[in-house]
Design a protein around this ligand. Sequence first.
Ligand SMILES: C[S@@+](CC[C@H](N)C(=O)[O-])C[C@H]1O[C@@H](n2cnc3c(N)ncnc32)[C@H](O)[C@@H]1O
Length: 416
Amino acid sequence: MAHQSARAIAFAALREWRRGDRFGDAILQALLSGSALAGSDRAFATELFYGVLRNLTLLDFWIALLRSGSIDDESRDLLRLGLYQMFCLRTPSHAAVFETVELASRRSRSFVNAMLRSALRRAEELQQAADAAPLTSRTSHPGFLIERWTRTFGADATSALCEWDNQSAPVYARVNTLRTSPAEFLAHHPESEPLPSHPLFVRLTSIPAEALGRGDCYIQDPSTSAAVELLGPQPGQTVLDACAAPGGKSGFMAALMQNRGELVACDRDPARVEKLAGNLERLGVQIARVAQHDWAAQPLAEELAPRSFDRILLDAPCTNTGVLRRRVDARWRLQPNDFKRMPEEQLTILRRLVPLLKPGGALVYSTCSIEPEENEQVVSRAMAEFPFLRQDGERSVLPFRDGYDGAFAARLLHAG
Ligand SMILES: C[S@@+](CC[C@H](N)C(=O)[O-])C[C@H]1O[C@@H](n2cnc3c(N)ncnc32)[C@H](O)[C@@H]1O
């Protein structure tokens, strides 16, 4: 019964997502917070919803093999849910068919039932067809992404990347040294695992709600440390985090600064600014001035930038192609033109920030994209426009090479 509710939530989330005006995360959170589901059922609803989104093209490929005619939206969502359980989750077939058909309206019930039973009978044929299908269907990625990744990284890496995007992501947290130490955290949370390559991070096997509430740790992937470590903010410095919400990197920088100096943390989105302020407060950050600011619209107000900054972080808005396994529906929002549009947006913000950098100061430009147009090429273009900038280090994380979310960071020194 309880799983039926989890399925009903996943079904409602798919219906809402199809309307196209809200992110998958927001839809699911709203539905889960309005439900009385227990922890394991919440996890099951999440698995179903994200699982269907991750495997959308594959599920539709199977549906097209089962029926060539048109299918109404409700039946398609139910078939996607049912086939995902049967062939991807390997849920016992009786439960997958019965519980999915239970969600159908009277109008579509017998159709969905017949289609799912036909899929059961043709399971082997469907699986073989999927194995022989092109990467775009097999791994449910837009063709234009596969083409560009093949050009940039080669066929094997592209295939590995697509497989990576379809796995559920482990949960990592940074231990907040403003509140505790990694040793103390691990002693209190023996279920979490240390990460020798990233001593301030742990891998979580369960969510330590109390520790999160106290600000002892903050959920973030170890790859997010590349930009902050490259920037190297020091205690006593004046630091600007230009696109800071929800605050993972601001919190990390304040910890490296040992809460000494000044950290101006901006973002353009009012709801995210509120979240940023709450997160920094919970993390015990005392040196932050949080402000809503849109760099594309205007320069920073005088009262926030009374002087220039020793360190600036631009963790820029980007296409997110390095983190598609976490931003499950992002691949379906991407358009080929985004790879032209985003670099212009990134450069617009950079142009506002460079004049705020002190001579001798450092700016780190970072993204969670793995596209050269948004990374190396933005850096080259910025250096061509501002000849006093000198590149002083670069880090990149590639999921198929490094085993963490994709990230890019380049350090630019004001050598004027
Ligand atoms: C990659 S996210 C930042 C993540 C953040 N640094 C962290 O570690 O939690 C990019 C942020 O840039 C903000 N943003 C996008 N365009 C902006 C602009 N023109 N001015 C200010 N913020 C902007 C978005 O609202 C988003 O919160």
